[in-house]
Design a protein around this ligand. Sequence first.
Ligand code: HEC
Ligand code: HEC
Length: 242
Amino acid sequence: MRAGLLAAAWLAGIQAQETFTAIELDRSEGGALYEARCMGCHGPDGAYGDAGDIAARSVELAGDDLVRVIIGGVAGTAMSPSGLTAFEAGTVAAYLRFVASDRVTGGDAARGREFVSNDGGCLDCHAIDGVGGLIAPDLTGIGSRRRSGQLRDSLLDPNAEVRTEYRFVDARLRDGNTVRGRLLNQDTFSVQLLSMAGRLTAISRADLDALEFIDSPMPSYGDRLTSGALNDVVRYLTTLRP
Ligand code: HEC
Ligand code: HEC
């Protein structure tokens, strides 16, 4: 009972605040719990599967009803009780409402696919279903791993959130040349890169003058895509599921 009251008070606080930013909540406990415990059935945007659009539902439901469902599940369905504490369930509830508010709607997947495969040049760097480049993350199945809002942000601001395994460097050599590529590994004796041309390259420390981290090579598509065309690309990416 006490825990329920606390969660209700906490949710009311969130509703009153309304100023939380995408980044803060995205990285919050609620987002991590959602990914671990809920995403398999409900998808990154909360809209997969038989349950329908639970992110939209989370906005319709009163805060404590939502928390109650998240803790107790829905009797007689695949959604069994989660065993989350009231506080944890409150963070998941807040995250679900954020997902609903940050979602990209509309868009035409066929048009998006056309841009990605041709004018967008995306496959110079990324692979989809075995076709494309190696230096950037494989986008096969990306729609089951990222929310539409995250996909939009990746296209507008590629440097905002870069996974640690995708750090790029300029390796300046003593002979005056520079090798640019994705840093794979480094130890006392050598530095290993995947060059921009997709070639595995090992550079001996003795030949290396300096190693400089550089920005993501992915260009921002903010000025190349109208907001409608951006939605098309995001829509297409959300259809890439295993
Ligand atoms: C094993 C799959 C499964 C998992 C895991 C799961 N759910 Fe569900 N969920 C469902 C199904 C199925 C329904 C639809 C139940 C029904 O028919 O009303 C549902 C319904 C819901 C609803 C809507 C309830 C309503 O009253 O309309 C919400 C909200 C929800 N889930 C949130 C979550 C959250 C948050 C988690 C993680 C803590 C989670 N679910 C984990 C399968 C799952
Ligand atoms: C010049 C190479 C290059 C091009 C062209 C490029 N990307 Fe990227 N992209 C990257 C790299 C490198 C990363 C990983 C580092 C980062 O997040 O910026 C990335 C990250 C991403 C991510 C985030 C992946 C994740 O796991 O979260 C998405 C989504 C994405 N790109 C989609 C696209 C789409 C769609 C296009 C074309 C419209 C495109 N990229 C064009 C290099 C590129």
